[in-house]
Each structure stands twice: as structure tokens, then as C-alpha cells.
Design a protein around this ligand. Structure first.
Ligand SMILES: [Zn+2]
Length: 265
């Protein structure tokens, strides 16, 4: 019986050690060299919605990134880094949000500021200041002026691009760029495809109207082999339980540690 307890203690102890040691090692491995973790959020709110990460979970995730020594970058820095124009920091992370929900301003922005992290929000300008639940131009300007947030384009009206004729795809991509530039007073050079859907044809139009790159929801880590118009992201969703464990698994870019053994070498 004593032996049983001893073994149980060792197993529990190992479990504790594993859960403590994994995330920092994993993030170091992910962020090593030219691999860049791009996170994709939508809503930060306490609602029962798969797209809404709770405020406390988001706070814990941002604290983890800050404590791990991750340095947040902008899409322009990612672009310049991959092109060899600048040296990226040792653990670069690009935090992105799609759609421009109001909770990005009320809930996410204060947490990002608290931890000294920056993020990029892909905005649908036809919704901005029009629909309740979306941010206003004043809020976008305030967040940009603080240096915490960088705004880029998520098309004009968030359509399914692959179902549109060419002239309408062009209008969606170009008019959103122009409208955002006019309102915010800086160049808009990056796009997130609505619903993540893209193809070579849409990517070609994006390039043609002046974008330097575009983000998908293709699950992966950006590196030197990535296509600038099909950049990978890691989506972070609301999960029912143990979200930090789910978060670690997500950012480690695999389904579960158990499947592969816990040490990644
Ligand atoms: Zn969207």
C-alpha cells in the first residue's frame, strides 16, 4: 500500500512538473529563429460563444506571453523581418483580432496595455460606427494613437469573396483600404480574408490593389517558407474547460501533447 502511494506521488509530481515546464519550452521552440506565431482572436467577452474568449482567460494568455518574454510585432515588422530588412526580436508574436467588435476596445485593449503588448485589428469599415457591437472611428484612432493597436483591413463589408465577380472583389479590397487610410491617416497594407477563405485569384487581386500581404486562418506558424498572401495564423477560441492547457496546445501548433510525447526536440 505504501508503495502504491509513493508511485502515485511520483506520478502526480511528474504531472505537475510537466504542466509547469511545457509552455515556456514550447513557446521558446515556436518562436525560435524565423518562426513567427500569429494569434487570431475575434471577441474578448464573457459570453457563451465559440468566438468569444473570456476576459479572465484572455488576461491569463496575455500574461503568459509577457512573462515568457514574447515581443509583439506588427504585420509590417513581420513582412520586413521575413524579407531580411530588419532583425526580428527573439520571440516575436503577432496578436490579431478580426471584425472590430466593441469588446476589443472595452475588454482587450486595457489588458494589452497592462502587459505592454501590441496587437493588430482587421476592421470592416462599412460596419465601423454604424452597427452597435462594433467599434467607432474615434475608438480606433484612440487605440492607434496609444501605440497599442494597429488597424488593417478585413474588406469593406465582409462578404464571401470567392462568390463575388472580379469587379466586386476589387471594390471590397480597394475601397476598404482607401476608406481606412482616409479615416486613420496612414497606409493600410495588410488584409485578413473574411472567414479566412482565399485562393490564388483573390490573392492576385489583393496584390494588384496594393496590399503587401494577407492573413488566412490556415493553422500554422509563419516562417521563411510562408506565402505573403496566405499567411498562417493560430485561432484561439473559447473552450469549455482548462483554457490555458488548450491555449498551450494551440500555440504549440498541434492537437495535443499526449499524441506526440511531451518533449519537442
Ligand atoms: Zn471576419
Amino acid at each position: 500500500m505504501k508503495r502504491f502511494f509513493l508511485i502515485a506521488l511520483i506520478v502526480i509530481g511528474l504531472g505537475f512538473f510537466k504542466s509547469q515546464a511545457q509552455p515556456a519550452e514550447e513557446i521558446a521552440a515556436i518562436a525560435e529563429g524565423s518562426k513567427i506565431l500569429v494569434l487570431n482572436y475575434h471577441q474578448i467577452d464573457n459570453k457563451n460563444n465559440p468566438l468569444a474568449v473570456s476576459i479572465s482567460n484572455f488576461d491569463a494568455q496575455m500574461k503568459f506571453l509577457a512573462d515568457s518574454g514574447c515581443i509583439t510585432i506588427t504585420p509590417n515588422e513581420l513582412y520586413a523581418g521575413l524579407n531580411g530588412e530588419i532583425d526580428l526580436p527573439p520571440k516575436p508574436v503577432l496578436i490579431t483580432f478580426d471584425d472590430g467588435y466593441i469588446d476589443n476596445y472595452t475588454n482587450a485593449y486595457p489588458i494589452l496595455k497592462k502587459y505592454g503588448l501590441r496587437a493588430t485589428i482587421f476592421i470592416i469599415p462599412a460596419f465601423t460606427g454604424v452597427y452597435p457591437g462594433y467599434m467607432t472611428w474615434e475608438q480606433l484612432k484612440e487605440m492607434e494613437q496609444s501605440g497599442t493597436i494597429n488597424i488593417e483591413s478585413h474588406t469593406l463589408t465582409h462578404p464571401k469573396l470567392e462568390e463575388l465577380p472580379d469587379d466586386e472583389i476589387r471594390t471590397e479590397l480597394l475601397n476598404s483600404k482607401n476608406l481606412l487610410e482616409e479615416q486613420l491617416g496612414h497606409q493600410i497594407e495588410f488584409l485578413a480574408y473574411p472567414t479566412g477563405t482565399y485562393n490564388l485569384h483573390i490573392a492576385g487581386i489583393a496584390k494588384d490593389v496594393g496590399y503587401k500581404g494577407a492573413f488566412t486562418i490556415k493553422y500554422g506558424v509563419v516562417d521563411g517558407g510562408s506565402n505573403f498572401f496566405a499567411l498562417e495564423r493560430v485561432p484561439i477560441f473559447n473552450t469549455a474547460q482548462n483554457t490555458m492547457k488548450d491555449f498551450y496546445e494551440r500555440i504549440a501548433w498541434r492537437q495535443s501533447f499526449e499524441e506526440f510525447g511531451w518533449i519537442k526536440k
